[in-house]
Design a binder for this molecule. Structure first.
Ligand SMILES: CC(C)(COP(=O)(O)OP(=O)(O)OC[C@H]1O[C@@H](n2cnc3c(N)ncnc32)[C@H](O)[C@@H]1OP(=O)(O)O)[C@@H](O)C(=O)NCCC(=O)NCCS
Length: 221
């Protein structure tokens, strides 16, 4: 089955909520899904939207694929024809946040003096999981990270005279669900330290889930 092409674009914190609720913390009410971190000026949210393979492609082609194609089973609101109302099929949140357990970092990471960016709340629509959408999101965001402006005034990190961000190394780190460890390793991330800890969602009252710390140094090229 061909990979579903996606377009990764910035979205609001609120736009992440339906997928967070459906996939990550279904036992928490919808109005408890956002955390204070989500509205910081340095936080960025991205959504993956199903895209047409080529600019002129007809939406009928997307729908006229193999009848077993899971894209055919999802709500029309996730398809490009929904226009401005199109819903994301994947979400992720990036925060300027230090890796707390510096002692476990290998020297090649600390020596690079990286900007530290934490991935939060990564989720793909259940019907489309395992079809390459999460992988495309991670690969695209990793390419963007060295030059991604994470500062509201555009002044964090070195800037060129033209105001463009000068690429800098980034430690891209996160708390991974232990169950997803192999998938992240497949994408080039390593476990950072041996800790396994429990989290219970944004309110601290959800069902406990086991987490580990993972990350990767990202440089340009
Ligand atoms: C985790 C999640 C975001 C990944 O998105 P996805 O669209 O399902 O993932 P993809 O299909 O793009 O990628 C899976 C990749 O891992 C690989 N993979 C899957 N299982 C694997 C395993 N056990 N070992 C190694 N690689 C594995 C696949 O081959 C695929 O590789 P590719 O990117 O080279 O194609 C999604 O499954 C999800 O929302 N899960 C539930 C919520 C969750 O656990 N979120 C993460 C919290 S840490």
């Amino acid at each position: 089955m061909p990979k579903i092409p996606i377009r990764l674009q910035p979205i609001t914190a609120e736009a992440t909520v339906p997928l967070r609720h459906a996939i990550l913390w279904p036992d928490l009410p919808i109005d408890k899904q956002l955390m204070p971190l989500d509205t910081l000026p340095t936080t960025r949210h991205f959504g993956a939207f199903i895209a047409l393979s080529e600019p002129g492609e007809n939406i009928q082609e997307l729908q006229g694929r193999d009848p077993s194609d899971p894209v055919l089973a999802i709500d029309q609101d996730y398809l490009p024809q929904a226009g401005e109302c199109q819903l994301p099929v994947g979400v992720m949140t990036l925060c300027l946040e230090e890796f707390t357990n510096k002692g476990v970092l290998p020297t090649e990471i600390t020596a690079a003096g990286p900007t530290e960016i934490q991935l939060h709340k990564f989720a793909v629509l259940a019907a489309l999981q395992g079809l390459g959408i999460g992988g495309q999101m991670i690969r695209q965001v990793c390419q963007m990270l060295p030059t991604l402006d994470m500062d509201k005034a555009g002044s964090s990190g070195p800037s060129s005279e033209a105001g463009l961000k000068i690429p800098r190394p980034v430690l891209f780190h996160f708390h991974a669900r232990k169950s997803q460890r192999e998938v992240y390793m497949h994408w080039g991330f390593a476990t950072l330290g041996d800790d396994v800890f429990l989290k219970r969602g944004p309110t601290g009252t959800g069902n406990p889930v086991e987490y580990i710390r993972m990350g990767r140094l990202i440089t340009l090229g």
